[in-house]
Every structure is written in C-alpha cells, then in structure tokens.
Design a protein around this ligand. Structure first.
Ligand code: ADP
Ligand code: MG
Length: 614
C-alpha cells in the first residue's frame, strides 16, 4: 500500500489551530488588547465595526516592533515573552503562547502598522489567510495598530455560527471591561460604528470602576485590602443591597489577569452570608496578587481558570478579608471566628428575660494580623473540621462500649484494630465525616472510602434529570407565587428553545415573552432560590457549548443542570445529608464517575494505611 500520511500545509494547520484561539470577534479583541498591554502602552483605542464582524482594530502607543519582528510576529509560536519552559512559571505578561497573531492572520484580513521608539520609519504589513500580501516601509507614529477585517472570511461555517450583533458586542464589551479594569492607569477608548462607547482616562482603580459602570457605583463600593505573606488582596465589593439576581459585576483578577473561579466566588459569597438572600450574587472587583510561581496559568488559550498551589488558604483569606471589610465599614457585625458555635444559641435562653441584643462590632479585628502564626492556615475551615471529628467520636462513644475509652485501645494489636473497623460498620451503621467541606469519608470494613461531595451529587442529579428529560415523568412543586424573572431577549430565546426539556424536568412556565419569564412550578429537586442561578448557568453553558458539543442536547442539559444544582465544595453537610448522599450515589447506575468523567470516589484500604506506618 502506498504511503498516505502527509504533513498539512502551514495555512491549513494554522486555520485548524486558529479555531482554538479565535471563537468570535471578542477573542480577537482580547488578544489585541492584551498585546497592547504587554507592549507597555499607556493609551489604547479599540475600534469596532458591526460587532467586530467587519473590523476589530486596536491602536496602542507601546514599544512597537522592528521590521523583522513585525514579520515574525505572525509566525506560530513566535513570542518575545518567554524563552524557556521555566518562564511559564514566572509570567509577568498576558501573552506567552505566541499564537494569537498567527491564528488571527489565518482566518482574516490583517493589517499591521508599527514603529519602535528609535526607528525613523515604521512598517506596514498586510496578510491574508496566513499569506503575506505586502510589507512596506511607512510613516507611522510610535506604537502599533492592528486591524482585523472580515473575520472567518475563509471559514463560512464559522462565520455563520456567529451570534447576533448585540450578543457579539456584549462579548466584546465583557473583554474590554476585563482588560480595562485590570489596568486602570492605562487610558482606554472604545468606539463602535463610529460612536464613542467608552472613554476611560488614566486613573486609579476606583475611578476606573466608576467610569465604566456609572457614577452611582461610587457609593456602592466597599474597599477591601489585605496583605499576607502569600497573598495580597485589593479592590472592592458592592454593598450587599446592590447584589443582583443575575450574575453581573463579579471580577477576580490574579496578577492583573482576569480569571473565573467558582471556588473563590464561593469564598466571597459566603462572606456575605446572612447579608443577602440566597439567590443574590454579591458584586465584587477583587485584585489578587500572588507569587507567579505559586500559580499555574491554564495552558489552554481561551480558558480563564488558573490553579493555585494553595487554594484552601486563599479561599480562607479571601473570605475572612471580605467579611472583615464588610464589618469595618459598618455593613455587618464582625463575627468572631474563634467563638464557639454554641455560644450564639444558649439553650437555656427561653428561661431568661428577653433583652435587646447588643451587636458586637470589632472594627479592628483582623484575622491575619492578630494571629500571625496562623497566617496561611485555613482557619475558617478549622471549626467545621473539628466539629466533624467530634461528631465522629461522639458517634463512636454512643455506639460501642469497646471504644468508650479510646485511650485504652491497644493499637498495636491487630485484633483490636480489626474490630474497630468491623464494629463501626456492623453496629453503628455508617459513620461518616466531612473533610474540608469537600469530601465525605466513610469507613469500610477494611479501610475507608473518600467521596467527592460535589461530583457525587452531580452524578446523582444527572441520572435523575436525564431520566426525567427522556422518560418525562418529573414531578413539579407548584409555587404559591409565580416567579417573575428577567433575562435579556436573546437569553429568553435560548430558554424558549429548551422549554420542552425543562418542562420534563418539572419546570412549569406560565409565560415567556420578550425579556420576562414567569415560572409557576419547579422541579422537586431544586430550591426556589436556586432557579435564577440555574437558568443563568444553563443559558451560559448553551451559549458557550459547555460541556463539549457532540453530546445530545438532553445530555448536555442534564449535565449542565446537574453541575449547577449539585452541592458545592465548601458546603458543610450534616450526618443525615452525608448518609443520604452516599445512599443515593450507590443507587446510581455509574456511581464511580461524574457526568464529565471525573473520579467520584476512591478507597484507601488498611494495607495502604499500614504502608504509611512502615
Ligand atoms: P504572544 O502575545 O503570546 O507573545 P502574539 O501572537 O499575541 O503572541 O504576539 C506575538 C509577538 O508579537 C509578541 O510576543 C510581541 O513580541 C509582538 N507583538 C504583538 N502585538 C504587539 C504590539 N501591540 N506591540 C508590540 N509588539 C507586539
Ligand atoms: Mg498575545
């Protein structure tokens, strides 16, 4: 048989790779703005035509490029920002992959004008579908202008896939906000079809937020500031009363890079606990600074997630800092973390004469400065953890005389150890406890099982939902007062499209028009307060095609709903809840993997444990 493998020509390879980097005009905006920031520009102008479908142009006054660099910048893996793999762990720039310009040039008509400070004359280069059309000297100011025209002109399928102008513009504005918020000292301008959308002078971060979101924002901001050895936090949260039902003003920046982090969002949301209703999302603009060595920027070009080495400590600090700020600015009484839970609800309260409670506000309370040695320890978890352990012991004591005096047990004796495991299962039913509000640990006859609570619950919900959607037998809980929810018009259209499937899960829509949806019944599986969240997440997932396309619509819907409904990491579960979850999990068809194929539980047997003591 003849050889059949061929290397793809560069322009085809580029086109394929471009699909990864450039999904829509907003991706071009992000890459070009970030390049301008990396080029140390102090003033950046973004010009858009037809939601970026016809033109995206970014002009900066940064360092510019030499003649050779101008040409090289469009080669794949051409970057001035890193030299070796080690540099990946010490990033101070936005870019590092060297593939944005190559990708963009593969699928659009691109024009580059650039000049460095010291050269007399600049460069004008045009490139179409990865082919250089012309490169000439040109008289241009210092800095760089890149114009990207007719995006996806050579991939009609991609072009047709673009959403309406209003949706694409919204994506562009989102990207613009993220970069502009992260760099308040840089002046930004944005024009769409010739008219001014934003004109943001160089300023501090508070002014930048106000300039973007309107003058009324100023009085809503509560400053947040903290510095410890591993983390610096600056920024603002919005006062609780300005939280919104739909997600909106939630911004995390890590080392000036916008990131999404449901985990850190949870930390902030939990600091607002008791101050906002369950279905309200607090707004925030938080700038975190960490040692670049301690994070791992996602290698995927369009992902906004990053990994922290010490996620738990960051969670704890963030939560405590936001709580502290809310207290310090008189928004909430500061809770004393050290205080015992029981202290708040004395059980002989009923016998006492009621008195007006006085609120204790400790404005100087600072968890980090007062307890420097505890600094990077996750103390807000501590209480929960010890409580779980306590309840484990309480359970043991109640149940078996053999263990009533734990100190008396001779652990060297294999027999006793054996009976310890045996007893706990046979006589006490399931003893379970929670680890870091993330895992449920349950002893087995010969070891223990560690279950990831969030993934386990996703599996349970996914199977239940999928059954409902396909077999159509879900039960609804009727709402006494129908929920009136407001969405953007395109979002309502999306919900309209999946209306039938949603109804199979138990939703009852009494009205759906323009920008309003009225719901009079919801699935029994969810709380009324979670509905907005759930629908927002669904719409988002459908727009962004999460999980990957290729699955059936029903499957995607069930996955997405399960993901947003499942108990999150960080939520503490009581004994009944833990046991219920375990029982439900093992009633599933495939308990061992989550809907997205992640491991749900693992076991550790006595042998594994024995090995640790050798
Ligand atoms: P990356 O940003 O990952 O390095 P890009 O493809 O975005 O990759 O850019 C390639 C190179 O082109 C950059 O490393 C930089 O040297 C140069 N470059 C791109 N945009 C600009 C700009 N606006 N000003 C100066 N140099 C730029
Ligand atoms: Mg770049």
């Amino acid at each position: 048989m003849a050889d059949i493998i061929q290397l793809l020509p560069d322009h085809v390879a580029n086109q394929i790779a471009a699909g990864e980097v450039v999904q829509r005009p907003a991706s071009v905006v992000k890459e070009l703005l970030e390049n301008a920031i990396d080029a140390k520009a102090t003033s950046i102008t973004l010009l858009i035509k037809d939601a970026g479908k016809t033109l995206v142009q970014v002009t900066d006054n940064g360092i510019g490029m030499s003649v050779t660099d101008a040409r090289l910048s469009f080669e794949r893996h051409a970057t001035s920002k890193i030299k070796s793999a080690e540099d990946l762990f010490n990033l101070h720039t936005k870019g590092f992959r060297g593939e944005a310009l190559a990708s963009i040039a593969a699928i659009a008509h691109v024009e580059l004008k650039t000049k460095t400070e010291n050269s007399e004359i600049g460069t004008h280069l045009t490139i179409e579908g990865s082919k250089v059309i012309s490169q000439d000297p040109a008289v241009v100011p210092k800095g760089t202008t890149i114009s990207v025209k007719n995006l996806f002109y050579n991939i009609p399928a991609r072009r047709n896939f673009l959403k309406s102008n209003s949706v694409e513009t919204r994506h562009i504005i989102d990207e613009f906000h993220r970069v502009a918020l992260a760099h308040p000292s840089v002046a930004f301008q944005m024009l769409h079809n010739g008219s001014d959308v934003f004109n943001l002078p160089s300023s501090n971060s508070r002014q930048r937020i106000v300039n973007i979101f309107g003058s009324k924002t100023n009085e809503k901001l509560v400053p947040v500031s903290e510095e410890t050895e591993i983390l610096k936090i600056e920024g603002f949260v919005l006062k609780p009363e300005f939280g919104k039902k739909s997600r909106g003003e939630q911004f995390f920046f890590v080392n000036d890079r916008f990131i999404k982090s449901p985990y850190l969002h949870h930390a902030v949301a939990s600091a607002f606990e008791g101050l906002v209703k369950n279905d309200i999302h607090p707004g925030y603009f938080l700038f975190l600074e960490v040692d670049p060595h301690s994070i791992d920027i996602n290698i995927h070009p369009t992902k906004t997630e990053i990994k922290f080495d010490d996620e738990h400590s960051i969670y704890a600090m963030l939560r405590a800092t936001v709580k502290h700020s809310l207290g310090q600015f008189n928004i909430a009484p500061v809770l004393d973390f050290e205080r015992d839970k029981g202290f708040d609800t004395p059980y002989d309260y009923s016998k006492k004469q009621p008195t007006v409670p006085s609120i204790e506000v400790d404005r100087d309370f600072n968890p980090f400065k007062e307890k420097p040695k505890q600094g990077n320890i996750n103390f807000p978890f501590k209480r929960e953890q010890s409580a779980s352990w306590e309840s484990l012991y309480v359970g043991l004591k109640d149940e078996t005389a053999a263990i009533s005096g734990l100190e008396d047990i001779e652990f060297e004796s294999e027999e006793v150890t054996g009976s310890l495991f045996g007893n706990s299962e046979a006589e006490t039913g399931q003893i379970t406890f929670q680890l870091q509000n993330k895992y449920i640990v349950s002893p087995l006859k010969n070891g223990m099982m560690i279950i990831h609570q969030n993934l386990a619950h996703q599996r349970i919900l996914y199977e239940e939902l999928l059954k409902n959607i396909t077999v159509k037998e879900a039960v609804s809980q009727q709402l006494l007062f129908p929920l009136q929810l407001h969405f953007s018009k395109p979002d309502v259209e999306i919900i309209e499209k999946i209306r039938e499937q949603l109804e199979h899960t138990g939703f009852i829509f009494s009205e759906m028009k323009e920008e309003t949806i009225e719901i009079s019944g919801i699935p029994v599986l969810i709380l009324e307060s979670h509905v907005v969240n759930l629908l927002n997440q669904l719409v988002h997932d459908i727009k962004e095609e999460v999980p990957d396309s290729g699955f059936s619509q029903n499957d995607k819907l069930a996955k997405s709903m399960a993901a947003s409904m499942a108990i999150k990491t960080g939520v503490s579960l009581n004994k009944e809840e833990r046991e219920h979850l375990i029982n439900q999990l093992f009633a599933c068809k495939e308990p061992s993997v989550s809907p997205n194929n992640k491991l749900v539980f693992t076991t550790l047997d006595a042998n594994d444990i024995d090995k640790k003591f050798i």
